[in-house]
Structure formats: C-alpha cells, structure tokens
Design a protein around this ligand. Sequence first.
Ligand code: SAH
Ligand code: SF4
Ligand code: F3S
Length: 452
Amino acid sequence: MKKVFVKSYGCQMNVYDAERMADVLATEGYSETKAMEEADLVILNTCHIREKAAEKVYSELGRVRELKQEREALGQETRIIVAGCVAQAEGKEILRRAPAVDVVVGPQNYHRLPDLLKKSRAERVVDTEFPIEDKFDHLPVPSKAKTRSRGISAFLTIQEGCDKFCTFCVVPYTRGAEVSRPVARILDEAVRLAEAGVRELTLIGQNVNAYHGEGPDGKTWSLGRLLRRLAEIEGIARLRYMTSHPRDMDDELIAAHGDLPALMPYLHLPVQSGSDRILDAMNRKHTGDEYRRLIERIRQVRPNLALSSDFIVGFPGETDADFEETMRLVADVGFASSFSFKYSPRPGTPAAEIEDQIPEAVKVERLARLQNLLETQRQAFNHGTVGQTLDVLLEKPGRHPGQMAGKSPYLQPVQFESDAHHIGEIVTVRIVRAGSNSLFGEWVKAGDRVAA
Ligand code: SAH
Ligand code: SF4
Ligand code: F3S
C-alpha cells in the first residue's frame, strides 16, 4: 500500500482539510503515515497568514527534496504536493522556487487530488481556481473506524472564506468569499461523527458566526439556530465554534449561549486591538467599548463565560498610546488564553502599503509586555479553577498508569487518577491543583457513559 504524509500549518481549517485530503487519497489506495521518510507522497498544507509561516514552507520543501533524493537512490519514488493558503497565494511561483514539487493545489480544489496527481505525470500542475462545484459534494466519507481513530473531539467545517477584509489579513484572498454549507449536509456529517463515537463538535470557519446556510425549510439559518439543532443530536455532549468576529455575534447566537448547556462557556472572539483608531484602520468595524459591551451581554446570559482572543501589536501607525489602550482592554475584559502576534506586512493587503510601519524593536517590546499580561491572566484563570468541580471529557489515558486525561469546558487539560472510566465519558472532577499547563483533580462523580 502506498503511504501519504500530510503536514499542516496554520489554523483549524487546515487541520480539517488535512483529514479530508487523507480521505480523498485513501480512495486511491494511500494509507496515512506519521513518518515522512516512508512516504510515497508528501503533502505540505500551508499557511500564508504571516511572513514566517509562509517562509517555513520553502525551508521545509528543501528538506523534503533531500528526502526525495535519498529515496530515489533506493529506487523509491516520492511525489510532493503543496496545498493550503501559500499554494493559493503563490501558485506557479512555488513551482519556480521549488523544482521538486509535482502539484500545487488551493484549499478549494483538493477534492481533485487524484486527478491532479495523474496529470502531473505528464507535467507539473497548479490548480488554484475557485471551482463552481462544491468540493464537499466530492469528498468521500471516511470509515467509522477511521473517524474513531481521530478522537472523540472533531472539527466540522460549516463555512469557508471571509468577506470582512481586515486590512492586515490575507484570508479573504486565499480562501475567497464567504460560503456557508447547507444545514442538511452539516447535520449528516454531525450524525455520522456522533455515530462513530465523537462527543464534541467544534464548528469551524474563517468567520464561522457569519454562517448563513440554507435550512431544510428553505429559509436561511444563522449559527445560533444551527447550534440549537446540533445540540439535539444523540451523543453530542459538547459544542464549540471558531473563529468568530465580534460584528457577527447576533441576538440568536447570544441567546444560544444562555439556553444550550452543550454550548461550552468558552469563546474565542478575537479583538486584535483596544485602540479605536487602530481598530478603524484595521477595518474591524467595531470599537473597544462595543467589544466590552458585547462581552457583558454574553456574560449576562452565561455568567461563567471565559474568553480567548487574538491580538496584533505594531500595526502600522500604532502609537504608544494606542498600545496602552490594548493593555487597558485586556485588563478590563480578562482572557483565559490568547494568541498574540507582531504585525507582519502581507503582499496585496492594504495595511502593507501604509507608510508608517512600526520598527521591529518596538513590536518586540510591545509583544513582550502584552504576552506578559496575557500569561498572568491565563495563570490566574487556571488557578481560579482550583476548588471548583468541572466536567471533564475524557480523551485518553493520562501520563502515568492509572490516570486519565481530558478537557475541561474551558479546554484546559485535566489529569486525574482513575481506573474505572472510559474515553468519551464526561466525569465530574474536583480540581485540586493547577500546573503551568494542566489541571490536576479527583473524580467526584461517574460520567454519563454512552454506548460505544
Ligand atoms: N478569522 C479570524 C482569524 C484569522 S487569522 C478572525 O477574524 O479573527 C488568525 C489571527 O492571525 C488573526 O486573528 C490575527 O490576530 C492574526 N493575523 C492575521 N493577519 C496577520 C498579520 N498580517 N500579521 C500578524 N498577525 C496576523
Ligand atoms: Fe482575516 Fe478579518 Fe476575515 Fe478574520 S475577519 S479572516 S482577520 S479578514
Ligand atoms: Fe493560515 Fe490559511 Fe488558516 S492563511 S491561518 S491556513 S486560512
């Protein structure tokens, strides 16, 4: 059997796409391997979001090329595919810079992989069109065993692309316009996942709360409505969604946070900056105070809501005073976890053209200060759970024999002693200690065992 190795960079969308690519190639007789050295086919599923991410691809391609030569000496063939957002953004340029690459394929076209691989026998191919057909209609369904092997928590793409055009961001160019999958297709996929033992669904999309899919009643459904329906599926105990935009948190979605126990009280809602001037220059279309009020509204219906966010420091024109506004917003809101980045100018985006770019040294210093504060908040949040009882969804055996490991509603890893529980159960655990990355607890109540 031929072997395929897929390496993914970037966001959750790429993680999902990597699995779908493996499913497509399984129909062509490829099995997945975790060792690149034994792969007959290597796929780099790339990310274009920051310069570093994009450049990584070329250094990795250098390594893959060496491997290809080594295998060639042993009489083994290695074929190389570049997929994902760098593929979409750079297309042919990749063939020029990396002569060992056989196929370049964008995120909308990977259902065509078998065909592209065949074509590439004659000449190297690039497929970065935005096709008329829906790739989801052409993707094979993985076996129950395959789905189960991927764990009890699964990603489900419900929306792709972005129409927001934040001035720093490449996503609207690499992933195209917003498209929502129809409700019926999402329900089919969710039921299939639940039947294979999946207990937690994370609905994903570049801009997932802009979801507006066609419902079975012919009407347009919002994310709030979709979540309500998904919460009814037997076996699905936890629902999450990411990544969302503050502008798309509509009343129906906020209400869902109050009404649906399955919807976890943990929301990734990127704010990027606390300065109204910078938010405006970023084209985020909301102010710092609007964000604060939005959080208050969600906390009114879900008081135990915890938050995470993305931040960019050193956006062009960002003054010390602007940066202090970001620090103030972080202090006001309080985040359980966050991602923060130095602004990276991206080709083709409006912000890259702004003259007042911020010196690297200033970005470095601001990032260090922000990360310090965010880390303090993260630790405080984790320590704040000590003494609480939390529901833990069991994912795997713990580090030591007799231990189990799972996730809290806030996605914190939790370990506890147990020899009576099973993966997929939700167990109530009293948290007794917080380490730097995990929580440690003791179980107080057996879980809701589901038939496997
Ligand atoms: N769709 C999501 C996030 C997409 S990218 C949203 O709207 O929030 C993930 C994160 O990368 C962004 O939230 C942003 O913080 C960061 N990012 C995007 N472009 C960037 C750039 N040019 N430089 C630095 N960070 C960037
Ligand atoms: Fe990028 Fe903004 Fe769209 Fe998020 S909302 S993907 S940051 S353009
Ligand atoms: Fe990167 Fe593309 Fe995701 S640019 S962050 S992989 S949408």
